[in-house]
Write a protein of this length. Sequence first.
Length: 275
Amino acid sequence: MNNKALTLSLIMALLAVFFVNSYVTSVEEDQKKRFGTEVLVLRAKQNIKEMDTIDDTMLDTVLVPITFKEPGAVSWDTKEATKEVAVDRKALVGSVAIVSIKKGEQITFNKISEPGIRTGLAPQVTPGRRAISIPVNENTSVSKLVKPGDRVDIMAMIDVGGGKDNRMVKTVLQDIVVLATGRNVANNSPRTIERDAFGGKDKIKSLTEDTSFGAVTLEVSPEQAQTLLMLQADGPLTLSLRNNDDNDHPAIGATFYLDILGSDAGKLRLPASKK
């Protein structure tokens, strides 16, 4: 009796498994008809920040219906995925995220870039304009808080001869675009790759927060470039940072020592001239 009950239970269990498998298969077939066959896509395993260098630990693969595959997503046909996935993932390591990518997002080709593919300063210079670099330090570059894309005014200390009283400060250029700070360029991947002298491996150094630069590159007209070169001979030029929405070009006169003193200038006791 017990044997019959056990046999009947096994038969019922097998039938249940059969019906469940049949149901799952029918659902899968229905889903394939509605959404298409599944493909393997590459996705972000973690949040990836803009301009982060991508390594293999940041990536993951998942099967999704082809209807849910984003345009331009890195994907593979599941039939040939094993070897190709390994090769393609290795090829993507070292690329740069052009935009921030959230965890679980599919990796598309328009979200990543090879280092250097969009780099370079020349394409950023407006036709008819010129890029010229001027030396800066903490005091002359707003504590080195300027960055590519900022706009600045440029002030110069000009000695017109005749001693200290005849020196003046003049805003010589206004609303000038900063193209680069050191080697950090606006549309460049903000990093350098240096060879480790001891380990022999490449080291990636971020330039995003680099304050070791000693020059900034400005976009100016050819005439303004000549002006800057002339003024550098008299001493350092000072940058004055503008608000991004400020495009005004007010008339700013030169400032002399006597202008600062104002009415108090008459109280000065000037040394008697020698006879």
